[in-house]
Design a protein around this ligand. Structure first.
Ligand SMILES: Cc1cc2nc3c(=O)[nH]c(=O)nc-3n(C[C@H](O)[C@H](O)[C@H](O)COP(=O)(O)O)c2cc1C
Length: 454
């Protein structure tokens, strides 16, 4: 990475809006997971904002409401409630998931500059196929492809691939490690100079410069070489996410980017991740920390808070003091929906003080009711804060967190569709540019080069 840290921006597609009820807004689509126009507009908006990359996540199962029940959620109808801890929740967002490589191949033909990062699952996919898909995407996009390795954890996905249950945490990360080693062996198989292409002599190639992978492991046996020439980046930038110590080690050794759930200890976890890279002999500055954040941006602070409130009020989750209390880790007794949060809850004594602070900040008031809090927590993304404000205020938050080394960049999640990404691009990006924090045009080169990775 260059001497001067550069803020990075990315966008994660969330066709129905990240807020569980925002699909009810006028103008929001009700089935945009399969709508090409949605992806086209979003990628062009991200590129207009000079974003570093767009990102397609993945799940390997259709998550119906009753699947959440089977997986252990007590109250699937509670939308996002439960996402903070168990990971088992239901929202229409997890019902369908478009295939990342297919989606990004389509977007490679529409966009020109922005990076295209595809998620693959290291348990349910095979490294030869992923190396081939990823290399194809890099070739077709002129060096803009990247990969996001996930290890999944849900039994419903396992059952789609002939397994009774997801392998243990340890086994999943061990398999992920081998997966990446195979990818590298395949990507490194074609040495520079393999192509002769001499029409006069008729010599096409130099086979001595092509090397088999000959990989034999616990999970994969792969002969190689890959049946594609090296792509512009050859080894694609790799993203990883996870919360365990094992995933920290994995990321420190293999990943170029870590996708983190922004939390209270962000500065500390930022340092832990950087140390993990240093422990593997890497330059910590080239291990990028990206935090997912949901932004509500308005022309003014008041407009942004009004939008936040409008979206929360779409919630259909009925108020239940017991349910809200159990989620927050406090006993709310038989408190009514109109009681004030500050009268009834000692925020510091709850299990999720950050979530309540997020709600207060989102509404832009310390005077919210339990019903208002409930609407927020039962639809809010469990692992991303909502940042609400004018372009100037949101840029302040980003600048401060960046300077305090809480992240190297943010993955912008759209809380609602269709225009929350536009608001970020039109109101926040110019402010970041004015402060010299963000690029004003794309640099030449590949995704890897633009990310400042060696
Ligand atoms: C912020 C974050 C995002 C994730 N996104 C996905 C995803 O899109 N698809 C998926 O199958 N797993 C996803 N995972 C799950 C991880 O790949 C991993 O399986 C899980 O976190 C368990 O590993 P851990 O114990 O190290 O956290 C995500 C995890 C985190 C923390």
């Amino acid at each position: 990475m260059s001497d001067r840290r550069r803020l990075l921006l990315a966008h994660s597609f969330w066709p129905q809006g990240r807020h569980g009820s925002s699909w009810r807004l006028p103008g929001a689509g009700i089935l945009w997971e399969s709508n090409p126009a949605y992806y086209r507009d979003a990628v062009l908006t991200a590129e207009r904002g000079l974003f570093d990359y767009v990102f397609v996540g993945s799940l390997e199962a259709a998550r119906l409401p009753d699947v959440a029940t089977l997986a252990g959620s007590s109250t699937p109808r509670k939308g996002w409630r439960g996402a903070g801890g168990s990971g088992h929740y239901w929202s229409q967002n997890t019902l369908f998931k478009a295939d990342p490589f297919t989606t990004l191949a389509y977007l490679a033909g529409i966009s020109n500059e922005v990076g295209l990062i595809a998620t693959f699952n290291t348990v349910y996919h095979h490294p030869y196929s992923v190396a081939r898909q990823a290399t194809s995407l890099d070739l077709l996009s002129g060096g803009r492809a990247g990969l996001n390795a996930v290890t999944g954890w849900t039994p419903d996905a396992a059952r789609n691939f002939g397994l009774e249950d997801a392998p243990t945490d340890e086994a999943r990360w061990a398999q992920a490690e081998e997966f990446v080693q195979v990818l590298r062996a395949l990507w490194d198989g074609w040495e520079d100079g393999w192509l002769v292409g001499d029409k006069d002599s008729g010599i096409y190639m130099d086979p001595s410069r092509v090397h088999a992978a000959d990989f034999r492991g616990q999970y994969f046996d792969v002969a190689g070489p890959l049946n594609l020439p090296p792509s512009p980046q050859r080894r694609l930038p790799l993203v990883v996410a996870g919360t365990s110590e094992r995933s920290v080690q994995f990321g420190g050794e293999y990943a170029d980017i870590r996708f983190v759930a922004f939390n209270d200890d962000q500065a500390e976890s930022y340092r832990v991740q950087k140390d993990a890279a240093a422990a593997h002999g890497r330059d910590p500055e080239s291990y990028i920390q990206m935090a997912g954040v949901t932004f509500y941006v308005g022309e003014s602070s008041a407009a942004a808070h009004a939008k936040f409130r409008e979206v929360q009020e779409l919630s259909t989750v009925p108020f239940e003091a017991a349910s809200l209390g159990s989620y927050l880790g406090v006993d709310l007794g038989d408190a009514g929906p109109d009681e004030k949060v500050n009268d009834v809850i000692d925020v510091g004594a709850t299990a999720t003080p950050w979530l309540i602070r997020d709600a207060l900040a989102g509404y832009g008031s310390d005077d919210i009711t339990l019903a208002e809090l409930d609407r927020f927590v039962s639809n809010a993304p469990g692992n991303q804060p909502s940042v609400v404000g004018s372009g100037h205020e949101v840029a302040d938050w980003i600048e401060e967190s960046f300077v305090e080394r809480k992240f190297d960049g943010v993955v912008v999640f759209s809380p609602y569709q269709p225009d929350s990404l536009d608001a970020f691009v039109d109101l926040v990006v110019p402010e970041l540019q004015r402060r010299g924090l963000f690029r004003t045009s794309y640099e030449a080169g590949t995704l890897r080069g633009r990310l400042g990775l060696s």
